[in-house]
Ligand binder design. Sequence first.
Ligand code: SF4
Ligand code: SF4
Length: 317
Amino acid sequence: MSNLNALQETGQVGTHNRWRVKDFLHTGIAGFPKEGMISIDVTYQCNLACTHCYFRNQGYTSELTVDQWLQWLENRRRQGYPFLICGWLGGEPFLRPDVLEQGIGYFKSNVIFTNGTSELPPWRNCTFVVSVPGLRDQYHRITGSKRATFDRVKAHADRKDVRVFISFCVTKPTVDLIASVIEEWAATAVQGVYFEFYTPLRGSDLRLWVDWESRDRIIGELLQLKKTYGDFIANTRQELLLMTARRYRTIIEDCPFRYVGASFDPLGRRKLPCAIGPDADCSRCGCILPAFAQILASRRRLVQALWNGAVRQFRAG
Ligand code: SF4
Ligand code: SF4
């Protein structure tokens, strides 16, 4: 049976690398390992052309084959790589499902960041994060797609059998959509919506960038909405508070992702400082990554986050 058939029948890749109690204990005691959280650009190809995309500017025109990626992973396995968390990025990762199918079994946690234009496979040992940067009225203009694409993406994301979250990248033109975005998705089977802010490239114009004051206002709005929607707003309270201007500006002065994470391009080469690449304007970063990384890099915050996650899972049954 091929791995793909095995996944379709069981929802699990054969040699899935699972979290065990000893991993949580080890991480809680020894701290989160260097490169415990990595991102891989599965492909340089994408079928959309989003206005806020950093990736298309990076100009890749080739990528590793499946066998080369497997060799890459095996080499790291021999070097004792931690293989904890992998974010599978692109381009659009589902244009290379073969790499995903073979690769996700190596990691304990897999998050596949997709634009949702392809039907999601029935894989239960990963989380799908579907990027939807607007409501139906704006979506085609933001993504360069046809008008009908929003409904197709929504239908692909609205799945009970797999773990799907929406990611909404807030840009200046979409700052007033927060409450409507939550309402739109709360009526579906998705498990929640992550909000993050557009990160510009150095020297680019700032038409899409949400200034710090507006960002604080939106974070205040999200904290208020969390009283009604709870964990459906998937950013935790701890992450949202870290993302407020005063704290985030200090955090991104020395981005903690550098200490716990690493990003790799479609050719398997290290990409610095993160997936956004060397032109990232870190001083205006709106990604959620520094907040995650700050929690992972701080033992006290990590233990609190692990505990909160365990309580949430317990409450959810
Ligand atoms: S879907 Fe992602 S990779 Fe593709 S254009 Fe949009 S932001 Fe870029
Ligand atoms: S602050 Fe961190 S996550 Fe943000 S662009 Fe810079 S390196 Fe990337």
